[in-house]
Design a protein around this ligand. Structure first.
Ligand code: GLN
Length: 483
């Protein structure tokens, strides 16, 4: 079946005319039609537009202008602006909003001839770890429909895991690509800060947000990364560097690789079976010649606290624009203040309001030094500690999530427990480092993700290493038995 294939396999098929881009798009639309009522990955799929974009891809191929992923369908998280297609951030405040422009990543997908298949569900404004904070629907984990796919890019991760799309885009502010990738058993990659344009990504924490790919394999991940990254003059934080190249992906080797294991990421909060799977992976890699060493990065212990000051502070500022005047569905109230109050209290969900309040508090006069400034100092300290580690090691390895997929509703009443789950992924965002999650086995029948973090801007090297690790640990080829 076409939907079983990886993105590279699909690209080869359409390039050799064994299938047309429209046939490929139809196969995925059909599978979405049959399965997505069970999973809830997509907020919006518009078949007419999908087929139109598949036809454009086909004409690119027919003109001999095909690129590496031309004709491959891709799902996009609904916090990235898509011209003419509703973009809601899974929030009532943006219901009905149709952007008049494309995010740079979407422009680049189109230039590469990929077929945008639909917009995926997320935690409202990407704030969450379970996708349960969406104002519109629940997304279920394809490995167990009673469980969360993780979040906030849960719709994108579940779509790839259930083969509703061979590729997807997510955004990662504190782990929102890597954690759902881990829980759904797919590959998820967050590039170094500044390598992928944020133009048109509806901002959450601007100093932390990065867009990145979901895919079934590291090779597909690297190809998609190459297509979307590289300097963008429309994003002031975009670095003056070319795309993250996939060209030398397969020329790395595990032999003699130096890998750091920070003991703070292997703590007692980690599920014993997750630890066991990671340990098995370490044993396999050791046999391949990888040298492991335990290290200590003490500031990791402060990561969650630091992140949950900085991210809400930036969010409180970014979300000020949703006031019913500039952006947001206006709700009429008494005078100007009454209107803004009603617009924001009815438009935002509970988690988003909580974050706006925490962020506003942390930034207010009298508290700024005690919270925001202190958090920035810890962030700088963490960057220095990691930099030291990268002077002696190629990558840092850890679990991606301390636990496998949890039951829907299980952690909803305990927001603190949910936030503590982010401790393995947050350092890469605070440090601007690239991070990737790949499947390394199963705990209680559910996927376990292994995370690799590289030095800032070492994205090509990290992908090369991840490719070698994937070859050594072929557990990523097992699929959920849905449908
Ligand atoms: N779980 C984290 C949060 O709720 C990370 C979210 C993200 O990366 N978008 O803030």
């Amino acid at each position: 079946m076409l939907t079983d294939l990886t993105a590279s396999e699909i690209a080869r098929l359409v390039a050799s005319r064994e299938a047309s881009c429209v046939e490929v798009a139809e196969a995925f639309l059909q599978r979405i039609h049959i399965l997505d009522s069970k999973i809830g990955s997509f907020l919006k799929v518009e078949p007419d537009k999908v087929l139109e974009s598949a036809k454009l891809a086909q004409s690119m191929l027919d003109r001999g202008e095909g690129k590496a992923l031309t004709g491959v369908p891709i799902a996009v998280k609904d916090n990235m602006s898509t011209e003419g297609i509703e973009t809601t951030c899974a929030s009532k405040i943006l219901e009905g909003y149709i952007p008049p422009f494309d995010a740079t990543v979407v422009t680049r997908l189109k230039e590469s001839g990929m077929t945008l298949i639909g917009k995926t569900n997320l935690d409202e404004f990407a704030m969450g770890t379970s996708t349960e904070n969406s104002a519109f629907q629940v997304t279920r984990n394809p490995w167990d429909l009673g469980r969360s796919p993780g979040g906030s890019s849960g719709g994108s991760a579940a779509a790839v895991a259930a083969e509703l799309a061979p590729l997807a885009l997510g955004s990662d502010t504190g782990g929102s690509i890597r954690q759902p990738a881990a829980l759904c058993g797919v590959v998820g990659f967050k590039p170094s800060y500044g390598r992928c344009s944020r133009y048109g990504l509806i901002a959450f924490g601007s100093s932390l947000d990065q867009i990145g790919p979901f895919a079934k394999t590291v090779e597909d991940t690297a190809l998609l990364t190459e297509a979307i990254t590289g300097k963008d003059p429309l994003d002031g934080t975009s670095l003056d560097l070319g795309p993250i190249s996939a060209q030398n992906l397969k020329s790395g080797s595990l032999k003699g690789l130096r890998v750091a294991l920070p003991k703070e990421l292997f703590g007692s909060a980690t599920h014993p079976e997750v630890l066991e799977q990671i340990q098995n992976a370490i044993n396999v890699l050791q046999k391949e010649g990888v040298e492991f060493q335990e290290v200590s990065i003490p500031s990791i212990e402060l990561g969650v606290t630091t992140y949950y000051i900085i991210a809400p502070a930036e969010a409180s500022s970014n979300l000020a624009r949703f006031d019913g005047i500039r952006y947001g569905v206006r709700k009429d109230g008494q005078g100007h203040i009454g209107m803004v109050e009603k617009t924001r209290s009815e438009g935002f969900g509970h988690e988003v309001k909580t974050r706006i309040m925490i962020g506003t508090y942390a930034l207010s006069a009298g508290y700024y030094d005690a919270f925001y400034l202190k958090a920035q100092q810890v962030r700088a300290m963490m960057q220095q500690e990691f930099q030291k580690v990268y002077e002696s090691f190629d990558v840092v390895l850890s679990p991606t999530s301390p636990i496998p997929a949890f039951k829907l509703g299980e952690l909803k009443k305990d927001p603190l427990a949910l936030k503590l789950l982010d401790f393995c992924t947050i350092p890469a965002n605070l440090g601007g480092m690239p991070g990737i999650s790949l499947n390394c086995g199963f705990a209680e029948g559910l996927p376990v993700g292994l995370q690799l973090m590289g030095a800032p801007l070492d994205d090509e090297k990290l992908l090369q290493i991840a490719y070698c690790v994937e070859q050594a640990l072929p557990s990523g080829t097992i699929k959920p038995s849905i449908a």
